[in-house]
Design a protein. Structure first.
Length: 143
């Protein structure tokens, strides 16, 4: 078992659970976590859109956690290995890193739009991506 990818899985799972908590917390949580006023107002109005989008993100993050666990060497109670494991881990890693680095053009071209939430979420995504890079590198030969 690769501990680095287990940590990566835990990070994605925590992010997934946080998204579920945001749904339960409602509009104030959408605002606090930087989802934007439009999402917060939609949640206040009882619209389903914020919930559907947030559940979708939580499900993707849960899938990413499962892929990191599979890459770490976890077996899922006899269930077959997840498909396209190497490709999926590469894509997940790239997505985390690109999401983290996406703030750079914003700093250059629209610095007035940079918020503390964007800075913190970018740092977190770069950290998640870095953990994935290390973990994938460590297990590369057996993927």
């Amino acid at each position: 078992m690769n501990i680095t990818l287990i940590i990566a899985a835990c990070l994605s799972a925590i992010a997934s659970l946080l998204h579920i908590a945001i749904i339960l917390g409602g509009a104030p949580w959408y605002r606090f976590f930087g989802a934007g006023e439009q999402m917060a107002r939609a949640a206040e109005a009882g619209k389903i859109y914020p919930t559907v989008v947030t559940i979708g993100i939580a499900l993707v993050l849960t899938l990413w956690a499962a892929y990191a666990l599979a890459g770490a060497g976890a077996t899922f109670g006899g269930i077959a290995q997840l498909p396209y494991l190497k490709f999926a881990l590469i894509c997940i890693t790239i997505i985390y890193l690109l999401r983290g680095l996406a703030i750079i053009p914003l700093f250059v071209f629209a610095p007035h739009q940079v918020t503390p939430f964007l800075i913190w979420s970018s740092v977190i995504c770069i950290g998640y991506g870095a953990v994935h890079v290390i973990g994938v590198y460590q297990v590369w030969d057996r993927l």
